[in-house]
Design a protein around this ligand. Structure first.
Ligand code: AP5
Length: 192
């Protein structure tokens, strides 16, 4: 099973991808998590990505395409994977199409989560409050200014991917405003 989750920041891509990893025993490939880990390690990629991520902007296509291409060659991706937060621009989607072709792989579904912007902001605020209450580290891009920029980046660069994937016949849209369990059940129906 090879899946893509599309949707704005806070739509629930990571939450739903995690649930599916358990159900299908395939890994969640979150480019956001991979980049945050590179930043934490202070690697060359991390150094280049940090300021861009903190500002709520997108890291260059070149960097993320390379990260994903290497990651899907790993043995744990042999049975499939869930892409969470990639692709995020039309050039990334074209690079992914080419990459999968070269590796002899094909996508099974592209699932888009639709959530109102007001709800997205509230989810980000809840995540911050929960993280603080648990004594954890708040994401450096979970603040009003960076989140506003993340939404702008989404509208300008990621939203056009719906049309890209609608053309392939693999795009399925799910109402992401419902609770986690209802959204998950909808996704299950699509994948069944
Ligand atoms: P990334 O880490 O991918 O962040 P994001 O897309 O902005 O999304 P989030 O992680 O905030 O949201 P999500 O949709 O996963 O929702 P979640 O399940 O967490 O990217 C971060 C940055 O990295 C980017 O800004 C960019 O700089 C860089 N980057 C990453 N990929 C890139 C790429 N391909 N190209 C270039 N740059 C890239 O849920 C959010 C909250 O809502 C949680 O608290 C959750 O508990 C809650 N929640 C989830 N579902 C529900 C529900 N149904 N009802 C109520 N609450 C819910």
């Amino acid at each position: 099973m090879r899946l893509i989750f599309l949707g704005p920041p806070g739509a629930g891509k990571g939450t739903q991808a995690k649930l599916l990893t358990e159900r299908y025993a395939i890994p969640q490939l979150s480019t956001g998590d991979m980049l945050r880990s590179a930043v934490a390690q202070g690697s060359e990629v991390g150094k280049r990505a940090k300021a861009v991520m903190d500002a709520g902007q997108l890291v260059s296509d070149e960097i993320v395409n390379e990260i994903v291409s290497d990651r899907i060659d790993a043995p744990d991706c042999a049975k499939g994977f869930i892409l969470d937060g990639y692709p995020r621009t039309v050039p990334q989607a074209i690079a992914l199409d080419r990459m999968l072709d070269q590796k002899g792989m094909r996508l099974d579904a592209v699932i888009e989560l639709k959530v109102d912007e007001g709800a997205l902001v509230r989810r980000m605020e809840n995540r911050v409050a929960e993280t603080v209450a648990a004594g954890g580290n708040v994401r450096s891009d979970d603040n009003p200014e960076a989140f506003r920029r993340r939404l702008e980046e989404y509208r300008a660069k990621t939203a056009p991917l719906s049309a890209h994937y609608a053309g392939t016949g693999r795009l399925k849209t799910v109402d992401g405003m419902a609770d986690v369990e209802t959204v998950s059940a909808e996704i299950e129906k699509i994948l069944a």
